[in-house]
Ligand binder design. Structure first.
Ligand code: HEC
Length: 152
């Protein structure tokens, strides 16, 4: 394939990915001025800055992140070991990259076992009580992003 053809094909694939992700993310509807930066990065979901203290609480409780991830939270006894250690993740990834990986990790890792915390369509076997709902709210995701950004 000539490189211009490859470029055209790649652009089409990227555009499809962005459209699919955009269709799933609730904030696109309530905040149409917010746009994705790209396939692996996501713009802020709310106007309120994330609260790292609450983000840590969400990671330990509602997010169940420690069932899969290890993190520098020694006060929590059992950490999972099926996912990358979150220690230093704030140095490896910028906030728009962290946000995308939490909101809809399948955009970045298509076969991942990590749940899409801001997705409510296109899911399999959702319990009736959870239908039409996201696991975390946009503000909770902002809080988690703020907390992970402190892990340098
Ligand atoms: C069911 C297991 C599971 C849960 C629960 C889970 N994750 Fe993950 N996560 C993974 C796996 C596995 C990966 C690595 C991507 C892959 O290869 O699938 C990952 C990747 C990530 C990454 C990218 C890490 C890097 O270094 O590239 C971040 C950030 C992340 N998860 C944050 C979270 C946060 C925050 C939560 C809770 C809100 C969470 N995860 C909950 C399994 C999980």
């Amino acid at each position: 394939m000539r490189s211009s053809t490859i470029r055209t094909a790649l652009a089409a694939v990227l555009a499809t990915g962005v459209a699919a992700a955009a269709a799933d993310a609730a904030p696109r509807k309530v905040m149409p001025d917010r746009e994705y930066y790209g396939v692996s990065r996501m713009a802020p979901l709310t106007d309120k800055a994330g609260d790292p203290v609450n983000g840590k609480v969400v990671v330990r409780t509602k997010g169940l992140c420690l069932s899969c991830h290890t993190a520098p939270i020694p006060e929590e006894p059992d950490h999972g070991d099926v996912a990358p250690d979150l220690a230093g993740v704030g140095s490896r990834l910028q906030p728009p990259e962290l946000r995308m990986r939490i909101a809809d990790p399948k955009v970045v890792f298509p076969d991942t076992i990590m749940p899409s915390f801001l997705k409510k369509q296109g899911l399999n076997r959702v319990a009736a009580a959870w239908e039409g709902q996201t696991i975390l709210t946009p503000q909770e995701i902002e809080d988690v992003v703020a907390y992970l950004s402190t892990l340098k």
